[in-house]
Design a protein around this ligand. Structure first.
Ligand code: MF3
Ligand code: CO
Length: 250
């Protein structure tokens, strides 16, 4: 497994790509409202990305037909935007977006509530986000990759949620998916040693119920097997000699 170490120049470009994606997410979050279709979100997201002079990296990736993955309620990830899928008060919606700037990729996901949502749903969203921060607290030069996985697992386990095991985080750079894979649950080994200059997408996907997921017949949409809601939170980060840097936050 070859994990690339980015040069100072590459890191600058990834910072730019990350900042722009953070802005896309901020604008999408503001636009969300009951009555919008999931296709409306994709249309807006693609326009925001292109208006910044960037390219949506999900569009046509392995045949994926849209720029933004929009996953509602029991949909875990990779929901395909549709004109007839209308957001309603009480839904939770995960937006996963990415872009390419001067050859460098960024990737990030947020889960939002539509209008008033249940306390149970809000807690799932908040704890999924917090699990990312638990993970990144271990993302330091000298620590090992699966220290991140273990920290996410340790934090989430106390709530009895299901950590999705069939999908993982990943390295990122000149490609959307680079080595290494980053599971969100504890591993038997500590994994490779983290080094300054590695850029990683850490992305816990957490189910309210059981961890099992299935793929719908569209071959993309991943849903919880028990039909309960799921949340997703992701940032592209940089390992440094000190504190890790989150590239996809404003
Ligand atoms: N953020 C997703 C990931 O990390 C990318 C979506 S896959 C795509 O794997 F095909 F929809 F692009
Ligand atoms: Co990702």
């Amino acid at each position: 497994m070859a994990v690339s170490i980015k040069s100072a120049r590459e890191i600058e470009l990834m910072r730019d790509a990350g900042k722009m994606l953070a802005e896309v997410h901020a604008k999408l979050g503001e636009a969300l409202a009951p009555g919008m279709s999931t296709l409306d979100i994709d249309t807006l997201g693609e326009k925001l990305i292109r208006d910044m002079g960037c390219t949506p990296n999900f569009l046509h990736y392995n045949g994926y037909p849209a720029s933004i993955c929009v996953s509602v309620n029991e949909e875990v990830v990779h929901g395909i935007p549709r004109k007839d899928r209308i957001l309603q008060e009480g839904d939770i919606v995960s937006l996963d977006a990415g872009l390419i700037y001067k050859g460098y990729h960024s990737d990030a996901a947020r889960t939002h509530g539509i209008g008033k949502i249940s306390q149970e749903a809000q807690e799932l969203i908040d704890r999924t986000k917090q699990s990312f921060f638990e993970g990144i607290s271990m993302a330091r030069q000298g620590n090992h990759l699966f220290d991140i996985s273990a920290a996410i697992d340790r934090y989430i386990s106390q709530f009895g949620y299901g950590i999705v095991r069939d999908l993982v985080g990943h390295g990122i750079g000149t490609k959307l998916h680079e080595d290494p894979q980053i599971p969100n649950f504890a591993q038997r080994r500590r994994g490779l040693k983290l080094r300054a200059g590695m850029t990683l997408a850490i992305e816990p996907m957490i189910n309210l119920g059981r961890p099992d997921v299935i793929w719908l017949d569209d071959n993309w949409t991943v849903v919880s097997d028990d039909g309960l809601i799921s949340a997703h939170y992701e940032n592209t980060i940089l390992i440094t000699e000190g504190e890790p840097e989150i590239l996809t936050l404003l």
